[in-house]
Design a protein around this ligand. Structure first.
Ligand SMILES: C[S@@+](CC[C@H](N)C(=O)[O-])C[C@H]1O[C@@H](n2cnc3c(N)ncnc32)[C@H](O)[C@@H]1O
Length: 276
């Protein structure tokens, strides 16, 4: 008799990190397959808790720090411009972008995540990163945060993000970085619970180093800048400790644009689309 599959398939894929332990791919029909249906089900289940743990509940906390550093980096390229966020979720980063962009739009795969984004009066629609419902050259900037790491066909998503950007515009893409404390802790620690009966092991997750990530973009994209987020912070929980939260907030802000950005748990590259 075949033994039953483990409840939480080991789904980590890593690139640029060398072989790691147990890097088996989940079969396509498993909850962590990374196919569109699996990702949609995972984020539909996550939506209520996602919003409850972040947004106004996290002012000055871990999620606020991450979202702030992401949106601020976009602001460097997108102030007064037309911006698309791919995988906008409940709109936590998009609502910040909307403060400085001329036009801020979002797409996401999860109807439940989008319901919460619409409550913030954001211009969002249901679509997959791998098949964006926009004409070529529609936006000045496309960006994506905490999303691409969950997409098996990441090159297709990056190709779509590039297609919809005008020549001279920017693709700003965030990757989960295997060269980071965060990746180490995720590998050693238990999978976090995200809803009743669902944990982080139920979503496909890939890790791409800064070097490997830059190679995933189409050839007409040239890297022009990078930022590292969560370079020093070993645990999100430390951002709940008075004084320490301030220390980490200042340190992360000070280091995010230095060479240590290569060791951020979240590595963000800004890539300029060259004229054909
Ligand atoms: C961790 S959340 C990040 C949401 C938002 N970017 C933020 O920073 O708060 C990941 C989001 O990616 C979306 N997602 C996953 N796979 C996707 C795909 N193939 N196309 C579009 N969105 C996707 C999920 O539905 C979810 O809302």
């Amino acid at each position: 008799m075949t033994p039953p599959p483990p409840p939480y398939p080991n789904n980590a894929q890593q690139s640029g990190m060398g072989p790691g332990p147990a890097e088996a791919e989940a079969p396509p029909e498993s909850p962590a397959s990374g196919d569109l249906g699996a990702n949609r089900r995972y984020y539909d289940a996550f939506a209520a808790n996602y919003e409850a743990q972040r947004g106004n509940r996290s002012r000055g906390g871990y999620h606020d720090l991450v979202d702030e550093l992401e949106a601020e980096f976009v602001g460097r390229f997108a102030t007064g411009k037309d911006v698309l966020e791919v995988g906008c979720g409940t709109g936590l980063v998009l609502s910040r972008i909307a403060r400085f962009a001329r036009c801020a739009r979002g797409v996401d795969l999860s109807p439940r995540m989008l319901e919460l984004a619409r409550e913030k009066h954001l211009d969002v629609q249901l679509a997959s990163a791998t098949d964006l419902p926009f004409e070529d050259n529609t936006f000045d900037v496309s960006c994506s945060f905490k999303v691409l790491a969950h997409i098996r066909d990441i090159e297709q998503a990056l190709s779509e993000m590039t297609r919809v950007v005008r020549p001279g515009g920017y693709v700003i893409a965030e990757f989960y970085n295997p060269w980071s404390l965060r990746a180490l802790i995720k590998r050693l620690g238990p999978a976090g619970r995200i809803a009743e009966g669902v944990d982080e092991g139920h979503v496909f997750t890939r890790y791409d180093s800064p070097v490997a990530a830059a190679r995933l973009l189409p050839p007409q994209c040239q890297q022009v800048a990078a930022r590292g987020v969560r370079i020093l912070l070993p645990s999100a929980k430390l951002m709940r400790v008075p004084v320490l939260d301030q220390v980490f907030w200042r340190a992360e802000r000070r280091l995010c644009d230095t060479a240590l950005s290569n060791f951020g748990g979240f590595w963000i590259g800004a890539f300029q689309k060259q004229a054909p």
